[in-house]
Design a binder for this molecule. Structure first.
Ligand SMILES: NC(=O)c1ccc[n+]([C@@H]2O[C@H](COP(=O)([O-])OP(=O)(O)OC[C@H]3O[C@@H](n4cnc5c(N)ncnc54)[C@H](O)[C@@H]3O)[C@@H](O)[C@H]2O)c1
Ligand SMILES: [Zn+2]
Ligand SMILES: [Zn+2]
Length: 420
C-alpha cells in the first residue's frame, strides 16, 4: 500500500475502509529499489522445493536462487528497511516457510524505536525482524520427518540449544543460549523464513492465518495463567489482569475460558479498556483516573479478600505494586510485563507474610503451553475474541504505519499481510 491508498480497519465485528496519507514509501522509492545490502551472490539452488503456489490465493514463489523481500534492521538506530535478501536455505534440521501472515509485537516496536533495551539486546545486524508467524512449509531439511511440504505452521520463537542445564531439565524456554527469532536470528517479516523443525508448530490448516500468527502472544497469556502443571482450573477464582495490551486482552479471555468467577482488569488507554470489556472483563479500572480507589474496588468486589490470581502484563511498576496489594494471602502472581528499570516492592508485605507464590514468565512452556493453546483454540469463542483484538490489517510494506499506530497507542494487534 502506498501513500493515498486504501486500507482496512477491523474493529472485531466489521471492516471500515480508511485512507493512508503518509507512511510507507512507494515500491519505486529508494528503500524498495533492491539495494541488496546482504546479497553476496545468488542463493544456492534448492532441490526438492515444493511446486508453487501451495495455496492458490498466494502468488507463486520466485525462481530458485532468487532474492526475496524482507524488512531488515540495517543500522544500530531507529527504523528498518525493506530490502531484498537471499532466499533463505534450510539446514538439514530446518524447514523453509512461506510467510502467509505475521503480526507486530511490542518487541518489534522496541527494536524499531531502538530504545535502550534494543540497543543492548540486539547483537546481530543486519537482521530480518519479526517473530509472530503463520505460514506454509515449502521445503524440509534432510533430517526432518515431523513436517511435510504444505503443512501450516506457526513459530515458537525461543530457539533452544537442547543441551544446556535448563534444556536437559525440560525448561527449554529459558535455555541458557536461547536465540529469539527476529532478535538474535533472521525473523519472519519476509517472504520466506527458516525455522528449526523443533520450533515449527503444526497448525490445523483450517485455522485463519492471521489468528494462527497470534498464537505466540496467546501462549504468553496461557503460560502466565497456567505457569505449571495442575493450575489450569480457575473455577471460582477471582483474577486480576494488569495492563490490557494484546497479551493482557488475551489473558482476560483465557481466564474466562478456564472458569474464572470474576476477571478484573486495569488499563489506562481507552481503546484497550474498551477491548478489555469486549474480552469479558467484569470491571476495567483506570489507575491513573481512579488512583487508590482501584485497590479499594478490587478488595470490596472480592468480599475484602483480594484476588486469587494476578497476572502483571503492563510492565509498569505501579501495576506491580497493585498486583501484590490486591492479592489474597496464599494467592499467586505471574509477572510477564518487562520493566525497563528497577521496580521496588516491600517484600515482607507483598510476598512473605502473604505466603504469595510468584512466577516469572518468559515465553511459553515448550511445548506444554502450545498443547494448551491448541486445546483452547477448539473453542470458537476464543477465535472470535482473537479476531476482535486485531484492530488493523496492513500489508507488510506499511510497517512504518503500523509502528506509528502502535507508538501512538491507536491500535491493539496489527496483522500484517504478505503484500510487498
Ligand atoms: N515475559 C515475556 O516473555 C514477554 C513476552 C512478550 C511481551 N512481554 C512484555 O509483557 C508486557 C505486555 O505485552 P504486550 O505486547 O501486551 O504489551 P503492550 O505494551 O502493548 O501492553 C501494555 C499495556 O499496559 C498498559 N499500561 C501501562 N501502564 C499501565 C498502568 N499503570 N496500569 C494499567 N495498565 C497500564 C498500556 O496502556 C498497554 O496497553 C510488555 O511489558 C511486554 O514487554 C513479555
Ligand atoms: Zn511477540
Ligand atoms: Zn539450552
Amino acid at each position: 500500500m502506498g501513500t493515498g491508498e486504501k486500507g482496512t480497519l477491523y474493529n472485531g465485528s466489521s471492516e471500515i475502509e480508511f485512507f493512508l496519507d503518509s507512511g510507507a514509501p512507494d515500491r519505486a522509492s529508494p528503500t524498495h529499489a533492491g539495494l541488496n545490502a546482504r546479497v553476496e551472490g545468488p542463493a544456492a539452488p534448492r532441490p526438492g522445493r515444493a511446486p508453487q503456489p501451495l495455496s492458490p490465493e498466494f502468488p507463486p514463489a520466485p525462481a530458485q536462487g532468487a532474492c526475496v523481500q524482507a524488512v531488515v534492521k540495517t543500522t544500530r538506530g531507529p527504523g528498518a528497511e525493506v530490502r531484498t535478501v537471499p532466499d533463505p536455505v534450510p539446514k538439514d534440521d530446518e524447514v523453509l516457510v512461506a510467510v502467509r501472515a505475521s503480526s507486530v509485537c511490542g518487541t518489534d516496536v522496541h527494536l524499531w524505536q531502538w530504545n535502550e533495551w534494543a540497543a543492548s539486546r540486539m547483537k546481530t545486524i543486519p537482521l530480518v525482524l519479526g517473530h509472530e508467524l503463520s505460514g506454509e512449509v515449502v521445503q524440509v531439511g534432510k533430517r526432518v520427518s515431523s513436517l511435510a511440504v504444505g503443512d501450516h505452521v506457526s513459530a515458537e520463537t525461543h530457539i533452544a540449544d537442547g543441551t544446556c542445564y535448563q534444556c536437559r531439565n525440560g525448561k527449554m524456554h529459558i535455555c541458557q543460549n536461547v536465540q529469539v527469532l527476529g532478535v538474535d536470528r533472521d525473523g519472519v517479516f519476509a517472504e520466506y523464513t527458516v525455522l528449526p523443525a523443533m520450533n515449527a508448530w503444526k497448525n490445523d490448516p483450517s485455522l485463519d492465518h492471521s489468528i494462527a500468527s497470534i498464537q505466540e502472544p496467546l501462549g504468553n497469556a496461557v503460560h502466565s495463567l497456567v505457569p505449571e502443571e495442575g493450575l489450569a482450573d480457575l473455577t471460582g477464582a477471582n483474577v486480576l489482569v494488569t495492563g490490557c495490551g494484546p497479551i493482557g486482552l488475551l489473558a482476560i479471555t483465557v481466564a474466562r475460558l478456564l472458569g474464572a468467577h470474576a476477571v478484573y482488569a486495569t488499563e489506562v488507554n481507552p481503546l484497550r479498556a474498551g477491548l478489555a470489556k469486549q474480552m469479558g472483563a467484569d470491571r476495567v479500572l483506570n489507575p491513573v483516573a481512579e488512583g487508590p480507589e482501584v485497590l479499594r474496588t478490587l478488595l470490596s468486589e472480592t468480599g475484602g479478600n483480594g484476588v486469587d490470581v494476578a497476572v502483571e502484563m503492563s510492565g509498569h511498576p505501579a501495576s506491580l505494586q497493585l498486583a501484590f496489594d490486591a492479592l489474597t494471602s496464599g494467592g499467586r502472581v505471574s509477572l510477564l510485563g518487562l520493566y525497563d528499570r528497577e521496580a521496588a516492592l516491600h517484600f515482607d508485605e507483598a510476598i512473605i507474610t502473604k505466603g504469595a507464590r510468584v512466577y516469572g514468565i518468559f515465553g511459553r512452556r515448550m511445548f506444554t503451553t502450545w498443547f494448551q493453546v491448541k486445546a483452547l483454540l477448539a473453542r470458537p469463542e476464543l477465535k472470535e475474541k482473537m479476531a476482535a483484538i486485531i484492530t488493523h490489517r496492513l500489508p507488510i510494506r506499511d510497517l512504518p504505519k503500523a509502528m506509528e499506530l502502535l507508538q501512538s497507542m491507536q491500535a491493539s494487534k496489527i496483522s500484517l499481510e504478505p503484500k510487498w
